[in-house]
Design a protein around this ligand. Structure first.
Ligand SMILES: CC(C)[C@H](C(=O)O)[C@@H](O)C(=O)O
Ligand code: SF4
Length: 476
């Protein structure tokens, strides 16, 4: 148990303030402030609740959206096939029965759960937030303790608004240096995952800090926390500050009037104490960072755009060598190759990692007055209805469409291919999403994770391209 006089990390502060009960083995029951639901991981939880004749304890602290298998071409519930239809219909039925607000296909603000939570002001500093979805870590960008849970835990939270938890270890990742032009939050988090490995964060909640993080927008911070899970971490956290408050002011569910002032007062205490001790610390300077691209089937198999695919015989352990070998085979690549010599078939700009307004602004800026390669099929899928409308009001849709992209409806889409947006066998994709596992975007599909501007540059050239070398004169 943490001694009250001890200096605390931000994680400990949030954790401690939500304990309802803690036993001598440090197992706690935590109060949950916000529970987010989507169509894929909630149906069994509701069924089970119904079977036990239980109610949803706090329907007003629960929000649902349809995102994973919605069509991005039509608002028709039948458009993504029968399984998708069943899951969406179940969600509608369950939300009606239990009085839970639902962002359904016809809601103008429907979108990816991790995009709409923050933009509607549901996600607030100091909260505990859960969802049956691993990328719930995204909400940590606001200084909220947020993590993914399994379906039986979804049921438990629905019924009790609490969750059994163990205290996790804490890791501090300090990001310093200067972010050069064309280097994005995506490049930073990919390079951190590359250095620490896909299990480097296992057992930890990671607090990201340092001058680079302090200067980041909320969109950039969300990209960082979103991918903390890809290094195995329980969650990512960033202390709230003026940038956080400015983002949250006047959002739909943000506190207002005197509640805003009271909240600010509390939010300002949400910082790791000066001498608090982390279980592990990692420091990275990003001044010399180049744009990153994954070459393998795991987010930690990543290189700079100007590097060759590594000779895995030089890797220090056999497991890593084997993984790299099979990844190269699946990806149809060889050590020593440059990805800038490799053609792409599809480009996907979307997902809860990189489908927010700033991501679309950045990508469209690269595409302005240019045409994508004839050999590439490219889609842009805004993270939410709000992002889509905002982008359209700025004319970004026109830039994408004129360049040759398809401008789609919001959803998870080709991030995981649960709708019709998939890669075919052997197709290669420059994707702004967060996972590149075998078959992630469709059976036999080959995914390379990149930033939105690197994805746009790949679309223009028909192969991977160093976005820093783009000609701004209007030629590709
Ligand atoms: C479908 C869902 C359970 C899954 C997750 O938890 O992450 C999905 O969102 C993903 O990104 O793979
Ligand atoms: S966009 Fe991708 S990573 Fe995010 S919740 Fe949807 S499927 Fe999961």
């Amino acid at each position: 148990m943490v001694n009250e006089k001890m200096k605390k990390t931000l994680y400990d502060k949030i954790y401690d303030s939500h304990i309802i009960y803690e036993d001598k083995n440090n197992t706690s029951i935590l109060y949950i402030d916000l529970h987010l639901l989507h169509e894929v991981t909630s149906p069994q939880a509701f069924d089970s609740l119904r079977n036990k004749s239980r109610q949803v304890r706090q329907p007003k602290k629960t929000f649902a959206t349809m995102d994973h298998n919605v069509s991005t071409e039509s608002k028709d519930i039948n458009a993504s096939g029968s399984m998708a239809k069943i899951q969406m219909e179940e969600l509608i039925k369950n939300c009606n029965e239990f009085n839970i607000p639902l962002y359904d296909l016809n809601n103008p603000n429907q979108g990816i759960v991790h995009v709409i939570g923050p933009e509607q002001g549901m996600t607030l500093p100091g909260m505990t937030i859960v969802c049956g979805d691993s990328h719930t870590s995204t909400h940590g960008a606001f200084g909220a303790l947020s993590f993914g849970i399994g379906t039986s835990e979804v049921e438990h939270v629905l019924a009790t608004q609490t969750l059994k938890q163990q205290r996790f270890k804490t890791m501090k990742i300090e990001i310093s240096g200067i972010m050069q032009k064309f280097i994005t939050a995506k490049d930073i988090i990919l390079s951190i995952i590359g250095k620490l490995g896909s299990s480097g964060g296992t057992g930890y909640v990671i607090e990201f800090c340092g001058s680079v993080v302090e200067n980041m927008s909320m969109e950039e911070r969300m990209t960082i926390c979103n991918m903390a899970i890809e290094m195995g971490a329980k969650s990512g956290l960033i202390a709230p500050d003026e940038i956080t408050y400015a983002y949250l002011k006047n959002r739909m569910y943000s506190p207002y009037g005197e509640y805003w002032d009271k909240s600010l007062h509390i939010w300002k205490t949400l910082k790791t104490d000066k001498d608090a001790i982390f279980d592990k610390t990692f420091v990275i300077n990003v001044s010399n960072l180049s744009p990153q691209i994954t070459w393998g089937t795991n987010p930690d198999q990543v290189i700079s755009v100007n590097e060759k695919i590594p000779d895995f015989n030089l890797f220090d352990n056999l497991v890593k060598q084997d993984l790299a070998k099979s990844a190269c085979k699946y990806m149809n690549l060889k050590p020593g190759m440059y990805l800038t010599d490799v053609k792409v078939d599809k480009v996907f700009i979307g997902s809860c990692t990189n489908a927010r307004i700033e991501d679309l602004r950045a990508a469209s800026n690269v595409l302005k007055n240019k045409k994508i390669s004839k050999n590439v099929k490219a889609i842009v899928v805004p993270g939410s209805g709000l992002v889509k409308r905002e982008a359209e009001s700025e004319g970004l849709d026109k830039i994408f469409i004129n360049a040759g992209f398809e401008w789609r409806l919001p959803g998870c889409s080709m991030c995981l291919g649960m709708n019709n947006d998939k890669l075919s066998n052997g197709e290669r994709c420059a994707s702004t999403s967060n996972r590149n596992f075998e078959g992630r975007q469709g059976r036999g599909g080959r995914t390379h994770l990149v930033s939105p501007i690197m994805a746009a540059a790949a679309a223009l050239h028909g192969k991977f391209f160093d976005v820093r070398k783009l000609d701004n004169s209007g030629n590709n």
